[in-house]
Write a protein that binds this ligand. Sequence first.
Ligand code: CA
Length: 229
Amino acid sequence: MAKIPHVLVAEDEAALAELLKYNLEREGYRVSSARDGEEALLLAAESAPDLVILDWMLPKAAGIEVCRQLRARKETRNTPIVMLTARSEENDRVRGLDMGADDYITKPFSMSELLARLRAVMRRIRPGLAEDKLLCGDIVVDRAAHRVQRSGREIHLGPTEFRILDHLMQHPGRVFSREQLLDAVWGSDIYVETRTVDVHIGRLRKALMIDDSDDPIRTVRSAGYALNA
Ligand code: CA
């Protein structure tokens, strides 16, 4: 199973937020919702979304401020941001793009337009999400065929190990806490003990270490795990 892209929606209009969530989930995205700018920053830091849909007019921290802060942080520097602006805010679009937004959509918009724009942004900025193959060092993940190879040799993984590896391969070098991995691999709605992550990481490691090859997964004490870049 390929990784489900995670979209953070920061929109304070409840009806629109709900409509976005419904349509994005139907399209196959996993969705987190923030109702104000502060919550958006918090959720973005916690959950490392693959894409952020950011309303311009948000309580607590305006969209442009959220955008600026997301760009200033190492973890979200490259996260695609699509801004939602009202028609009367023409100048704001330019400022939004200056601030580092990747695209903007003017309200009111059709869902099909929004979804098409999101797909385009995803393809452009995170080709890993649209690509069938991920490469890191001597490891290759073929998502379409659901196969993994290391140094040309076939690696057999269970479905959970496959999804953990897929997630780590998308962000080589980045450290993920157990909670973040739980969220990304199991989803936030399911209760799983954090030590379950350790068990699956252990299995993944064992499977990947063939012929005395080095361990590609780094354990960061009290922080989590990372794939060596
Ligand atoms: Ca708003």
